[in-house]
Design a protein around this ligand. Structure first.
Ligand SMILES: Nc1nc2c(ncn2[C@@H]2O[C@H](COP(=O)(O)OP(=O)(O)OP(=O)(O)O)[C@@H](O)[C@H]2O)c(=O)[nH]1
Length: 368
């Protein structure tokens, strides 16, 4: 990719609450090399706790964006603040620490394409998106039956859609808090993350200790590659390529297989009975990491029902119309030691013989 050499590169750091993002930012500020780094911090609280936690002597050049999330209502503020910062002071690298609940794709879009408030693309270049993941928290959420060390460094927190989004969309992933997880379990955690995220460079870290060159100036950001190479999309593409319902073609089969991590694709050309499918979603197994795809329900012959879940949270709603495409169901499931036969049978039990209009009403929302 070519870019003018005077564009200021940006690194965006995402990750769930308490994963180690501020710890990473402090490291970068303390070891900037010959860079002059400015930082934008987005925190959701009344007080911008993170800005206070950042080392005092590094505070110059740190902008707070509090009381909102930059992936939604603060997108404009982000663009405005970055523009203002560039006018007020000189720096040659910008680090954005997103709030723990920020979705990474809207942030990347605001930084690359701009918002109503303007565009940064004539002076800035998104260089690297980094996700910091709490290995202990992921392990705990992912494998609740595991025997855990007594000292728990993080509160219990189930896997959330936004965490999985943060894992799926990044160029570099820090698997942090590795001190808190035994090595063999770390291998399993990394295999699971690899299944979700086949593209990113993964670094195992403790207290976010990583060479700054791993997260600054990498030139790894590539919007389309990041979107296309999400694990579930790769699994779906592999299944559509002819494998019979199972997509394993990630190039990481050995590590994944050794830890029982797999992706499974449910494909059918028949609609679901909406109420039975809804009941199946309600009873969703929380030991699955990811459920993603689309479904055909008999009550809505024109509508594509998007299905998305992470851990115990799952949702379904309209995402568009079939148009010229034949209606069909494709559901990608990523997890460990999956009961694929049981899941297939349970889903098959939800299929309907009625091709359209089986129910005048159904349990799914009408608006997307
Ligand atoms: N045991 C352990 N603790 C860590 C590690 N990295 C960070 N911590 C601690 O975890 C807590 C949260 O770290 P932060 O860097 O503030 O996390 P954050 O992602 O910025 O959190 P939010 O700003 O709340 O989203 C702090 O007490 C850190 O000292 C690690 O590798 N191991």
């Amino acid at each position: 990719m070519t870019h003018p050499s005077d564009d200021i590169p940006m690194t965006v750091i995402s990750g769930p609450l308490g994963a180690g993002k501020t710890t990473l930012v402090n490291r970068l500020l303390n070891d900037p090399g010959d860079r002059q780094i400015a930082v934008v911090v987005n925190d959701m609280g009344e007080v911008n706790v993170d800005a206070e936690l950042l080392d005092d002597d590094a505070e110059d050049g740190i902008v707070d964006l509090s009381n909102g999330c930059i992936c939604c209502r603060l997108q404009d503020d982000l663009v405005t603040e970055v523009t203002r910062l560039a006018e007020e002071r000189s720096f040659d690298y910008l680090v954005v620490e997103a709030s723990g609940i920020s979705e990474p794709i809207p942030i990347a879009r605001a930084l690359t394409e701009g918002t109503d408030e303007g565009s940064l693309s004539d002076r800035f270049r998104l260089d690297t998106t980094v996700s910091v993941v709490d290995a202990y928290g992921f392990w705990k959420a992912f494998d609740p039956a595991a025997s855990l060390p007594d000292a728990a460094p993080t509160p219990e927190r189930p896997l959330t859609e936004v965490l999985v989004d943060q894992i799926e969309f990044c160029d570099v992933l820090l698997l942090n808090k590795c001190d808190a997880v035994p090595d063999d379990e770390l291998d399993a955690v990394e295999a699971s993350i690899r299944e979700l995220q086949p593209r990113a460079t993964i670094h195992r870290t403790t207290y976010s200790e990583v060479d700054p060159s791993a997260v600054l100036g990498t030139e790894l950001f590539d919007f389309e590659a990041a979107r296309r190479r999400q694990g579930w999309k790769q699994a779906l593409a592999a299944a559509e390529g002819g494998e019979d319902g199972h997509g394993h073609d990630h190039g990481h089969d050995d590590a994944a297989a050794a830890h029982g991590v797999e992706s499974f694709v449910y494909r059918r050309e028949r609609p679901f009975d909406p109420h039975q499918f809804d009941a199946w979603l309600d009873g969703w197994a929380d030991d699955v990491v990811r459920l993603k795809g689309f479904a055909w329900v008999a009550s809505r012959p024109e509508t594509v029902l998007g299905v998305s879940g992470a851990g115990p949270a799952v949702q379904a709603g309209p995402i568009g119309e079939w148009g010229d495409d034949d209606p069909a169901t494709r559901l990608v499931v990523i997890g460990r030691d999956l009961d694929t036969d049981g899941m297939t049978a349970a889903l098959d039990d939800c299929l309907s013989d009625e091709a359209d209009g089986a129910a005048a009403t159904d349990p799914f929302p009408r608006e997307s």
